[in-house]
Design a protein around this ligand. Structure first.
Ligand code: HEC
Ligand code: HEC
Length: 151
């Protein structure tokens, strides 16, 4: 008997809550503005495909210790567990004399070991730090000035 009274009281209350929830949800959506500035319901704008810059001279670094940017195309240069295309030209063992710059000596150092005869695991995925360049225009102006390099 008690259970039925509770049920009778709770059922309309639950119904009210369930009905009220969607109303709030729709109100929320109307106020949401995506970070891209377009309406969340609108179709995505067409994707712009940027062209990789053609091979050129190495690019001057902007500050000390900057990972130099890649001055050549890297399309189809695969880096997998067993193969690293970049090392074909940039490793110390395979690089030709007077050829492409060898990977930095710093890339052999590993904070967790003293063995510096192998490339550090942390440096294996070159494109984590070295980025190829495209013809994309800068999105914002940049007035960055590097600190004076120590002599
Ligand atoms: C076919 C040979 C070849 C391959 C493969 C290659 N590179 Fe290069 N790379 C060059 C040459 C040539 C240069 C220009 C001369 C130089 O500075 O070493 C260069 C320059 C660079 C530089 C600029 C060095 C500096 O001091 O400014 C970086 C960084 C670089 N490559 C990274 C990469 C990465 C990362 C990959 C793999 C995704 C790669 N390269 C694959 C030949 C190659
Ligand atoms: C964790 C970031 C990181 C990764 C990963 C990395 N590099 Fe670098 N690289 C740097 C930085 C920073 C420098 C500049 C300072 C220095 O020499 O350590 C540099 C310098 C270089 C240089 C210029 C060396 C010189 O003598 O001027 C070459 C070439 C290069 N890296 C190639 C590579 C290649 C090829 C790989 C992949 C096998 C790689 N790097 C992976 C950060 C990275």
């Amino acid at each position: 008997m008690k259970a039925t009274i509770i049920q009778k009281l709770l059922t309309p209350l639950l119904a009210c809550l369930l009905l009220a929830a969607p109303v709030h949800a729709t109100e929320g959506v109307a106020q949401v503005q995506s970070l891209r500035g377009i309406d969340v319901q609108a179709a995505d704008p067409e994707t712009v495909v940027f062209k990789l810059v053609v091979d050129r001279e190495p690019v001057k670094r902007n500050y000390e210790k900057q990972p130099p940017v890649i001055p050549h195309e890297v399309e189809n240069y695969k880096i997998t567990q067993s193969f690293n295309k970049c090392l074909e030209c940039h490793s110390w063992t395979d690089a030709e004399e007077g050829g492409p710059t060898k990977v930095s000596r710093t890339h052999f150092k590993d904070s967790s070991s003293t063995d510096d005869s192998n490339l550090s695991k942390r440096r294996y995925f070159c494109v984590l730090c070295h980025v190829p360049q495209t013809d994309a225009k800068p999105l914002v102006e940049n007035s960055f000035k590097p600190a004076k390099v120590r002599k």
